[in-house]
Design a protein around this ligand. Sequence first.
Ligand code: HEC
Length: 159
Amino acid sequence: MVLLSKSKVIIFATLAVLIVLLPKCKQADKSNVNTSENTSCVKTKSLNPNGDSELALLMRQMYDSLNSMNRLIKNGGVPSKFPESFLKILKAKPTTSNTKLESFDAFADDYIATLRLLYNSPKADLNKNYNLLVQKCANCHEASCPGPLKKIYKLKLDI
Ligand code: HEC
């Protein structure tokens, strides 16, 4: 009798330990999946510039260009030379073949159309069309690559 209840105690103890540990294992699995999903689109802190894709490098130039245009417009300036090199957005090689969604070209065309609109803007519409362009960046990123969204929305001008 005594022996039997001892082994029962051991079985219960083992079960109890399993019940406590199992959900923890599951949680650990989940958080691994989440972090790999978050980093699937963009590595913002690459230590090796040669390792970055043509598209990622172009995106950084597009970002820098908007950043300086933000200051230019605030200081009453007008954008001058249309950045022909940004038309490469359609052809530039992405990090991996699945970085670009099917919708990519449509979003890219929309971005280019708004870029032209901005460079042809009368001064009175500059702020509005600049913010429209920032929104076109965000539209594509909402759909495919949310990582840099916060950074992108910070480019908006207060109208
Ligand atoms: C048509 C879709 C599309 C549009 C429009 C777009 N992006 Fe991107 N962007 C991407 C994709 C896809 C990547 C990931 C590129 C890669 O990893 O090869 C990216 C990457 C980036 C990155 C991270 C680059 C890095 O350091 O790796 C930044 C910043 C960025 N975009 C900013 C912008 C800004 C600013 C605009 C507007 C001027 C813009 N994007 C417009 C699709 C788009």
